[in-house]
Design a protein. Sequence first.
Length: 586
Amino acid sequence: MVLFAHRPALSARALFFDDDQYLTENNLVQHPSWASAGRFLREVFRPSTVQGYYQPLTMISLMLDYAVAGQVDNLRVFHQTSLTLHVANTVLVIVLLYMLFRRPWVAAMVGLLFGVHPMTVETIMWIAERKTLLTTFFALWCLIVYVGYTRRPGWKLYLTCWVLYVLALVSKPTSTPLPLVMLLMDFWPLQRLSRRAVVEKLPFLLIGGVSAIITVISQRHLQLSALRPFSAPQTLLLMGHNLIFYPWHMIWPAHLSPFYAFPKDISLSDGLLLAGVIINAAVLVLLLISLRWTWALLAGWLFFSFLLLPTLMNKAYSPSVAWDKYAYLPAVGLLLVLGWALGRVWSGTRPGGHRVHRLGIATVVLLVAGVLVAGTRRYSAHWQTTEGLYDYAMALAPQDPSLYNIRGNAFGRMGDSARAIRDYTTAIELNPNYAEVYNNRGNAYAGIGDYGRAIQDFARTIELKPGYAEAYNNRGRAYGLMGDFTRAIQDCSRAIELKPSCGEAYNNRGIACGRMGDFARAIQDYTTAIELKPNYAEAYHKRAIACFLLKEYDHAWADVRMCRRLGGTPSTRLLEDLSKATGRTE
């Protein structure tokens, strides 16, 4: 049933949001090799091909798919692997529930509801979310092995839990709270919470702490800027909103979307946010009352909340108030409660009437699963094309400037500058102070050669965000393309002052210096750009040209080879001139 529900994923062609970083513009993924795998593993504090945290296992997984049969315009192999992982996760949920409650049919029914649920569509269809599937796979294995360890303690199982936890972290660090979940399971349903149980978690907490530090450092160099600054009370309101948002969509998965707009007014005057406060308070009261009979409800809710916590506090940097993918692993906490409750109902039969009773329960579960399957296939249909996916999302959030910005970026990657500019312009009309959109529209104008308008947009970006290094770099590049190399160097230098790790700014300043005849300084800038961004094929190409003009032919040939190895295409004229000057070919 899970395979049938998600079969449309195999033909899906939609690319969304950050799939360019993970696949379509990731040179290492598209050039599978031991060297690429080594780069993913070595770049701990500053990943060079994705703007984010350390996730080497995810990147290697995508690279292996590309090595098998992957292409940017044929995503079937990526979706096959993701669907396989989702089926495996469904099986692992069933195994975990069976190990905890010893009711195979109940475990199977709850696992089925998880496997066919429409909220899992996003995680399977979104290429970049391979990380969520992988971290869940290893996290579930970790919990299963841990349950085994609690019943037959031994250093081998304990060490295996360590290894699985590390594998989950290097897939996606949102699995960091897993040791807290283990402690919760010690309390309920394992009922073994003790000083020894706490001490057992100390190594896990140490590993998680190291991972958290790496995650913070690996994103610090990006100099992330808030899309919308929130006060502490507003952040709490949004956290409360999402704590209810995800369970509600699990219960009633209607109008699911890859993008959910923020409330216009982040205050109690917004009905949804006020409802979130009231419902959270009511849930807390009910959980406390339930302690008279069982700790199951509170433990399951805390399980869910702990695993959701890493994604609850980044709202200022997210264009969407929520993502379905964030609930994929945390949902296991609620599934434990469902498995426990369904097990109580399953066993609470009168003598002689258990067959009819259980048949009725199974029938209801299958009917619910059938409705979920229909919803999953219906939602999957919107992921068949990129344009169709964005059209669907925008129909649900027609007045959100962030979504117009995201679709504009998608059109830009598709080479449709005209539609990209239209979307950026609409986003600006909806929010005239949206600095990033001016920057993106400037890039679109520069892409069609309208450097005057591009410079105007970059200047507006800088006016709104004076510390925005990318805007200075982009304006410097536009000045360079217009032949104003003095201003180009000034802007690129300012970008470097604001963001010393900006390899593109060094490359663009090198181009301007080279056009002014200062090839030695140009080579210095290209070299720095390559040090900051080792897979920078364009910088190798430009440095090869500068080396040729300085008659450093051996260095020029070496850079030509590196440029090609990294997926770049050295210019025909450079190759011809080098061949004439050296009497040899590449």
